[in-house]
Design a binder for this molecule. Structure first.
Ligand SMILES: *[C@@H]1O[C@H](CO)[C@@H](O)[C@H](O)[C@H]1NC(C)=O
Ligand SMILES: *[C@@H]1O[C@H](CO)[C@@H](O)[C@H](O)[C@H]1NC(C)=O
Ligand SMILES: *[C@@H]1O[C@H](CO)[C@@H](O)[C@H](O)[C@H]1NC(C)=O
Length: 336
C-alpha cells in the first residue's frame, strides 16, 4: 500500500509513525522436562496438510511440545518485541533457537541474577530494534540484590531495557517487563510502586515513550487488584526502598500525575479483539472457572501518544487441543 501512495504523500508521511508489534506472554515454566531437543521436536511435527484429531488433548503438555506452538504463533504475528514470563533458562535458549539469529534477548534468572529460576526476558528483532542497555531489579524491599518480599511465593524481578527503533524516526524508548507474585497482594502493590517509580524516572529523564508489560497476577478490579490500581494511578503507591527511590528520584512537580495507561482501552474499538481472559489454565475448553485478565500492555502517560493502533488477546489453543501455555499471548501495535 505504501508503494502505491503518491510521492507527495510519502514525503509528507510523519516520520514518527513507525508501528511496533509487541507481545507479552507467560509461557508456563517447563514443569515436565523430557530432554527432547528442539531439532527432535521439529522433526516430529505432524504434516501440516493432514487433519489432526480435533481437541484430542486437554491437559498440560511438556514444554518440548508447547514451544513449537509458541514459536509458530509469534512468528506468524510478525512481532518485533516480546516480554515473556516464567521462562526457565532452557526455555529462553529454546526460544532463541526457534526464533533464530535475527533475534537478541536480555534477562536474568530471578533466583540468583544469573541463570537460576524463571526469567522475565525481553526478546527483540535485531533488524527493527537496537538494544542500548538493560538491567534488572527485584520487586522486593532490597531491589538491587536477588531477594524475596516477605510473604511472597517466589523471588520476583523486573527487566528494564533501553531500546531504539531502527526505522521511522528512530525513536528511543524504555521497555519494562515483569511478573508479579501469585500469592501476595502486598508484593504486587510494592512491585507496581517500584515499577511506576522507575517508569516515571525514565519518562521524565528521556522525554520518550515508556512501555510496561507483564503478568501482574492482578485483575483490574475486585480482589487482588492492588497492582493494577497503583500502576494506573487509581490508588497511591506504597512506600518503596529508599535507595531505589533516591536513585530514580525526579524533581518534585516533574510529573506528579504520571501513571500507566492500559493500552487495551486506548486502541480504536474495531481494532481490539473481544477475547478477554489472558489466563485460562490448562483446562477443558468449556471450563472457564479460572479465567482472568491479568496480563497487560501499558504505556506511560507523559509520552502524550499513549495509545495503541490495535490490541488483541489470542487463544493459545490449537485444533489438536494443545495449549501452548496456561496464559494467552497479548499483542499490541504501538506507534512510537
Ligand atoms: C532429563 O535429564 C535430566 C538430567 O540429565 C535427568 O535427570 C532426567 O531424568 C531426564 N528426564 C527424562 C524424562 O529423561
Ligand atoms: C545487559 O546488561 C548487562 C549488565 O549491564 C550487561 O552485562 C550485558 O552485556 C547486557 N546485555 C546486552 C545484550 O547488551
Ligand atoms: C534498599 O535496598 C538496598 C539494595 O538492595 C539495600 O542495601 C538496603 O538495605 C535497602 N534498604 C532498606 C531500608 O531495606
Amino acid at each position: 500500500m505504501f508503494a502505491l501512495a503518491p510521492l507527495a504523500l510519502c514525503l509528507l508521511a510523519p516520520l514518527h509513525a513507525a508501528a511496533l508489534r509487541m507481545v507479552t506472554y507467560n509461557l508456563r515454566f517447563d514443569s515436565m522436562p523430557d530432554n527432547i531437543t528442539v531439532q527432535q521436536s521439529l522433526a516430529a511435527v505432524p504434516d501440516p496438510l493432514v487433519q489432526p484429531a480435533y481437541l484430542a488433548l486437554t491437559d498440560e503438555q511438556p514444554w518440548s511440545t508447547r514451544r513449537l506452538k509458541v514459536a509458530e504463533h509469534l512468528i506468524s504475528e510478525g512481532i518485533v518485541l516480546a516480554g515473556f514470563q516464567e521462562a526457565l533458562v532452557r526455555q529462553v535458549d529454546d526460544l532463541a533457537e526457534l526464533l533464530g539469529d535475527g533475534w537478541g534477548w536480555v534477562g536474568v534468572g530471578r533466583d540468583d541474577g544469573v541463570a537460576a529460576g524463571e526469567f522475565s526476558p525481553v526478546f527483540y528483532k535485531k533488524s527493527d530494534i537496537l538494544l542500548i542497555s538493560n538491567d534488572t531489579f527485584w520487586t522486593s524491599n532490597t531491589p538491587f540484590e536477588p531477594s524475596k518480599f516477605p510473604g511472597a511465593g517466589s523471588f520476583r524481578i523486573c527487566t528494564v531495557t533501553h531500546l531504539q527503533l531502527k526505522t521511522g524516526a528512530r525513536t528511543k524508548f524504555t521497555y519494562l517487563n515483569t511478573h508479579m507474585d501469585d500469592q501476595s497482594d502486598a508484593q504486587r502493590q510494592l512491585a507496581a510502586s517500584l515499577i511506576l517509580s522507575r517508569a516515571r524516572f525514565e519518562a521524565v529523564t528521556t522525554r520518550a515513550p515508556v512501555l510496561v508489560t507483564g503478568d501482574f497476577n492482578s485483575p483490574p478490579t475486585g480482589g487482588g487488584s492492588g497492582a493494577y490500581t497503583i500502576a494506573t494511578g487509581a490508588e497511591p503507591s506504597v512506600p518503596i526502598n529508599a535507595t531505589f527511590a533516591a536513585k530514580y528520584a525526579v524533581p518534585p512537580n516533574a510529573d506528579p500525575h504520571f501513571a500507566l495507561v492500559d493500552l487495551k482501552g486506548r486502541a480504536p474499538r474495531r481494532a481490539v479483539r473481544s477475547t478477554f481472559a489472558t489466563f485460562t489454565g490448562f483446562t477443558d475448553p468449556s471450563d472457564t472457572s479460572d479465567w482472568q485478565r491479568i496480563d497487560f500492555v501499558f504505556g506511560g502517560v507523559i509520552w502524550g501518544g499513549e495509545t495503541a493502533d490495535a490490541y488483541k488477546v489470542e487463544s493459545s489453543r490449537t485444533d489438536d487441543g494443545i495449549l501452548a501455555s496456561d496464559h494467552r499471548p497479548v499483542f499490541a501495535d504501538v506507534s512510537l
